[in-house]
Design a protein around this ligand. Structure first.
Ligand code: DOR
Length: 430
């Protein structure tokens, strides 16, 4: 099977490429990039004039919920949501039931993904047993089973000694530790950003310091151990200042931001919509602007959704007791394109670098390039395609989006995974 993407603007930061060209896919590989490539009868030709053709977008932070919480999401629905959202690969967090702290769970996720998934799935193993933060998981076994990183995401590692050992031990395997930076004592059961608005709304606040002290701690431990640290979903300007200082001294640390932290602030909580409840919380406009700048400048390396699907019943409760999380896969790209790229605040090149090249490099996984002969994972985005977000059309079981009804541009048009056309014009084909 061959596919020819005809006449798109091909942007591949891994090769410093930005030109109007055809891209030919043959089998599971990129066969050629060039002008007016020849086709034969078997070639499916897709006209992508006016569209952006990029190396497949990789979402390095999603919750697929399987095993254990299949009412919220499954590997089948989550990978279809990814394909619909323009992603060719996802890395999934271990806060499943049972927790992905054993080779058996890692193997289960990989096998299920291979059998019924539509995008590549890279499991992230738990850092500690049961993600309890007390005793390290069997890291070697997890890596041998296929875990690409370790994390207790959702549960901060409160014990600094455990974090130290994790950073030390993972050096042997050259994989990152992904830290969910939150000091639980400072967060103190809060439900939104601590500030003027939390006071007005009468909701318990989570100070930015709850994140910042852990960012500082983990950076100190990364320096001590030489381990590879990746900071998940950064939300505060203070965290960025600490990150800046660490990077300037050459410490091995990378970081990601989410579309929701780039596009919303704590003002979104004013209607008590539980779909705005997310951890870390939506912060101030000053924080939001700092995140945007850090992404633009490359201080923040990557974009990631933190796709956290929940059922309607889970979210249809008082703000205080609702679970944290936003179903993000199917709105992520058009949100960032509309808010940042179309407004000239982020270049296409930087967007693609942060959502394709960098995640591949941080996780040391295939992809992130359109090099000839490489695996054919491709994302095509239609910058002018405008439509409203409608959660009822989500492939994800999680309809929990604060962006319902919002008009956005820049929807993903085509997703190709290992040479297979898995999504066209928003429809998942498998
Ligand atoms: O909002 C969030 N939801 N943040 C997390 O860290 C965990 C996630 C979840 O698992 O629902």
């Amino acid at each position: 099977m061959k596919i020819l993407l005809r006449g798109g603007r091909v942007i591949d930061p891994s090769q410093a490429l930005d030109m109007v060209a055809d891209v030919l896919v043959s089998g599971d590989r990129i066969a050629a990039i060039g002008q007016d490539l020849e086709t034969d009868r078997e070639t499916k030709v897709i006209d992508v004039g006016g569209c952006i053709v990029a190396p497949g977008f990789i979402d390095m932070h999603v919750h697929l919920r399987e095993p254990g919480y299949e009412q919220k999401e499954t590997i089948a629905t989550g990978t279809r949501a990814a394909a619909a959202g323009g992603f060719t690969a996802v890395a999934c967090m271990p806060n499943t039931q049972p927790v992905a702290d054993s080779p058996a769970v890692i193997a289960y996720i990989r096998e299920k993904a291979r059998a019924i998934g539509v995008v590549h799935v890279y499991p992230i193993g738990a850092l500690s047993k049961g993600s309890q933060g007390e005793e390290l998981a069997e890291i070697r076994d997890l890596v041998e089973a296929g875990a690409v990183a370790l994390s207790d995401d959702g549960n901060p590692v409160m014990n600094a000694e455990v974090m130290r050992r994790a950073l030390e031990y993972t050096r042997l395997f050259n994989i990152p530790v992904i830290s969910h930076c939150e000091d639980l004592n400072l967060a103190a059961g809060g439900v939104m950003h601590e500030g003027f608005i939390s006071t007005i709304l009468g909701l318990r606040g989570i100070p930015a310091a709850a994140e910042e002290v852990m960012v500082a701690r983990d950076i100190i431990l990364a320096e001590l151990t030489g381990g590879k640290l990746h900071l998940a979903h950064l939300s505060s300007a203070g965290s960025l200042r600490i990150l800046q200082e660490a990077k300037s001294r050459g410490i091995k640390v990378t970081a990601e931001v989410t579309p929701h932290h780039l596009c919303l602030t704590d003002e979104a909580v004013e209607g008590y919509d539980t779909n705005t409840k997310v951890n870390p919380p939506l912060r101030s406009e000053e924080d939001r602007q700092a995140l945007e700048e850090a992404l633009r400048e490359g201080l923040v390396d990557a974009l990631a959704t933190d796709h956290a699907p929940h059922t309607e019943e889970d979210k249809d409760v008082e703000y205080d007791v609702a679970p944290f999380g936003i179903s993000g896969l199917e709105t992520a790209i058009p949100l960032v394109v509309t808010r940042l790229v179309e407004t000239g605040r982020l270049s296409w090149e930087r967007l693609i670098e942060a959502w394709s090249c960098q995640p591949a490099s941080i996780l040391n996984i295939p992809g992130g390039t359109l090099k000839e002969g490489g695996i054919a994972d491709i994302t095509v985005i239609a910058p002018d395609w405008e439509k409203e977000v409608d959660v009822n059309t989500f492939y994800s079981l999680g309809k929990n989006s604060p962006f319902q009804g919002l008009k956005l541009k820049g929807w993903p048009l085509v997703t190709i995974v290992a040479g297979r056309l898995v999504m066209e014009k928003g429809q998942v084909l498998l």
